[in-house]
Ligand binder design. Structure first.
Ligand code: BQF
Length: 291
């Protein structure tokens, strides 16, 4: 069993980007500038945005964090998005999800200029992805593709089971792995909360991408020997023995599944760090595209 070390690979990618930034500086070019809007003060969201800002600093990107209160109206958020869309100093920006209930997420994502949409959530960019056109790939699926590629895991003709159909992970993952591209050419099955005979389907999988948001849902009895397992889940589970009061759990029961797997991502340190690295990669791409 080999651990797919997202922490290490993400560090390799960040170092590659940092080198690129240095060469941009030596040529007198502008460095990439990422902005993030955080609405409210959800603990996990603050951690995620903080990790993104810190990563920017480490590799030499400019970053701007815009914090708005929990009671922010949709109109106020849309105004801020308009400001970032029209500010030439900003190459790309993200709106940290989830948003408070009074704000329509769909409306917000559609307000982001597709050329600055480094999360790749705008319908234009989702369409471009589906049509194999150049675009910003959503960071988590992009990170998983990169991880599979760098570990040279064969995907061509393999049976891939994607668990979950979210717009951010499951759906794009199923599209990407079925496409003709590196880490693609797979035969993809998507399973979700209405699927029947789940175990029968997961047992036939060569590769499983678990993205359902239920901690330790996938267990050893549901997989075949030598399966490749990508765990996208990241749930905070109360744990008195930890100083912060919780531990992070994936969608995969690591203990039982790792005994059968040929490759498996840990939580933490698997897919999560790759998400951050690919957001940075998209921001670099945005800077280069803007000329
Ligand atoms: C790690 C996210 C659910 C909902 C909104 C490193 C991250 C996580 C884990 C991280 C995530 C999850 C992010 C680890 C960004 C991934 O060491 O295992 C980094 O920061 N993520 C997000 O921005 O919004 C989310 C999950």
């Amino acid at each position: 069993m080999t651990i797919l070390d997202g922490k290490k690979v993400s560090n390799d990618i960040k170092n590659e980007i940092a080198d690129h930034v240095q060469s941009m500086i030596s040529k007198g070019e502008k460095v990439p500038h990422l902005a993030a809007i955080l609405v409210g003060s959800d603990g996990a969201s603050m951690t995620y945005v903080g990790a993104k800002v810190k990563a920017c600093e480490r590799i030499g990107f400019k970053s701007t964090l815009i914090e708005m209160p929990e009671y922010t109206s949709e109109e106020e958020l849309l105004e801020k998005i308009h400001f970032l869309n029209t500010n030439d100093d900003i190459d790309g920006f993200i709106v940290q999800l989830p948003l408070p209930d009074q704000i329509d997420e769909q409306k917000v994502l559609m307000a982001v200029d597709p050329d600055k949409d480094v999360d790749g959530f705008h319908p234009t960019n989702v369409g471009r992805m589906a049509l194999d056109l150049p675009t910003f790939l959503p960071a988590t699926p992009y990170g998983i593709m990169e991880l599979l590629e760098r570990y040279q895991i064969e995907t061509s003709g393999k049976n891939v089971v994607v668990m979950g159909r979210s717009h951010i992970v499951g759906r794009p993952m199923s599209i990407l792995m079925s496409q003709k591209r590196p880490a693609g050419d797979a035969t993809v099955t998507v399973v979700h909360s209405r699927s029947k005979n789940l175990k029968e389907i997961t047992k036939a999988a060569d590769i499983i991408v678990a993205a359902i948001g239920i901690s330790e849902f996938l267990t050893g009895d549901m997989v075949k020997e030598d399966v490749v397992v990508i765990d996208v889940g990241i749930t905070r589970v109360p744990d008195q023995t930890k100083k912060n009061g919780y531990r992070l759990a994936g969608d995969v029961e690591f203990e039982s599944v790792s005994k059968k797997a040929s490759y498996i991502t840990p939580v933490p340190g698997g897919v999560g760090p790759m998400t951050i690295a690919m957001l940075l990669k998209n921001t670099l791409l945005a800077r280069e595209r803007h000329g």
